[in-house]
Design a binder for this molecule. Structure first.
Ligand code: SF4
Ligand code: SF4
Length: 216
């Protein structure tokens, strides 16, 4: 799930500037789970904007704001309503998806933070940095790219203390976690397998995938 948090409202108001007629675009997927772009947050933002001199002329709540076709369906009504600006209440992907398809300025209500796992409702942990070359099979399922503050792929840096990371002692050292996990799996020999430092080719941006391509 993509994890986002709300931007300070002052920053959003600054971006909106003189625009009076505003449209809101939420997202029924990740942004709703993060409580930043669901129907409740849309109603709250509408109330705030209208109490501060704006008029919310249209709202849209696509199933997924990063889905071009789902978003496209909503944009006609937003245009017809005469919106001067759109507030995207999804992750940056969703905001970009709206912006790409309409010639009205789109402003993000949120900061997009990371790809994370849901610990409990409202609690998220960063779990994968989408490096494009997954090594979890060698590390007991613990991601060294994400869980190690230095993204070290072949062992600890030597700075850990009592199993905690030297960069942020609130976090467990990723490589101690990897050791313990491999030990519990009876796979400590995997520590002998050198994981090459990651090149950048696998995650040179922007990446594209077309699963419709016929593979030979
Ligand atoms: S190694 Fe880590 S960052 Fe890379 S794909 Fe696997 S989980 Fe994601
Ligand atoms: S102490 Fe562990 S988690 Fe922290 S930077 Fe060093 S190897 Fe990575």
């Amino acid at each position: 799930m993509i994890i986002s948090e709300k931007k300070p409202i002052e920053e959003l108001m600054l971006m909106l500037g003189d625009a009076k007629k505003i449209a809101l675009v939420g997202c029924a997927s990740c942004a709703t789970a993060c409580s930043v772009g669901g129907e409740k947050e849309m109603a709250e933002l509408k109330e705030y904007l209208e109490a501060n001199g704006k008029e919310v002329v249209a709202t849209a709540y696509p199933g997924e704001c990063c889905h071009k076709l789902l978003v496209k369906k909503e944009l006609k009504a937003i245009k017809a309503a005469g919106a001067e600006a759109i507030v995207g209440m999804s992750c940056g992907d969703g905001v970009g998806t709206v912006a790409e398809q309409i010639d009205i300025p789109v402003y993000p209500a949120n900061n997009t933070l990371f790809l994370g796992q849901v610990e409990r409702v409202g609690m998220f942990n960063e779990a994968c940095r989408m490096c494009g070359d997954c090594v979890l099979g060698y590390t007991g399922g613990v991601c060294p790219m994400t869980k190690c503050a230095k993204s070290l792929t072949s062992g600890p840096c030597g700075g850990q203390k009592n199993g905690k990371c030297e960069v942020n002692p609130e976090n467990d050292c990723a490589w101690i976690m990897i050791y313990k996990k491999l030990e519990s799996l009876g796979q400590l020999e995997k520590l002998d397998m050198l994981i090459e430092p990651k090149g950048h080719a696998a995650y040179s941006y922007p990446r594209k995938i077309n699963t419709r391509e016929v593979k030979k």
